[in-house]
Design a protein around this ligand. Structure first.
Ligand code: NI
Length: 175
């Protein structure tokens, strides 16, 4: 079998408008989609992330990949196509970051446990439950598919401080 080098996609940064746009449902489950999923995992690992949503590589589609163990546990590799949160419980407050907001970290309130219904890369529906980091990762990535960033979920004051920091970095050519 021929091996084709997977493309590493560049992660788009805030304030790219694609990050604020809700993604369109994925309707075609073909080989191109499975290649894209493989490329998203590689792009996520290259960027040292544990989650990557399609809008972050400029594709406004409801597709995200997650690996909370960062390659340590193959079973932790999770592909969520057209995901929806169908149950949630409790709250957690932990620091969060995002590949589209490098160097920004803030505490974000999230559900402590969630159940998500999604399709895999072959179009089969399944349910996945997660708590703590996995719940946080799924909620963060599903937010991306709805055009929401974690800085949209912090206080207005903290958000203004973050935006000021970003402007400063932009001015220094560091963003
Ligand atoms: Ni993110």
């Amino acid at each position: 079998m021929a091996t084709v080098a997977l493309k590493i996609h560049e992660v788009v940064k805030y304030p790219d408008p694609v990050l604020a746009r809700p993604g369109a449902p994925v309707t075609v489950f073909d080989r191109a989609l499975r290649t894209l999923v493989a490329e998203m995992f590689e792009s996520m690992y290259a960027a040292q992330g544990i989650g990557l949503a399609a809008p972050q590589i400029g594709l406004s589609q409801r597709l995200t990949v997650i690996d909370t163990s960062f390659k340590k546990e193959p079973k932790d590799k999770l592909v969520l196509v057209n995901p929806e949160v169908i149950a949630r419980r409790g709250t957690q407050l932990e620091e969060e970051g995002c590949l589209s907001l490098p160097e920004i970290r803030e505490k974000v309130k999230r559900d402590a446990w969630v159940k998500v219904r999604a399709q895999n890369e072959c179009g089969e529906w399944f349910e996945v439950e997660g708590e703590e980091l996995l719940a946080r990762a799924m909620l963060h990535e599903i937010d991306h598919l709805n055009g929401i960033l974690f800085i949209d979920r912090i206080s207005r004051l903290k958000r203004e401080l973050v935006l000021r920091k970003i402007k400063k970095m932009q001015k220094l050519g560091e963003w």
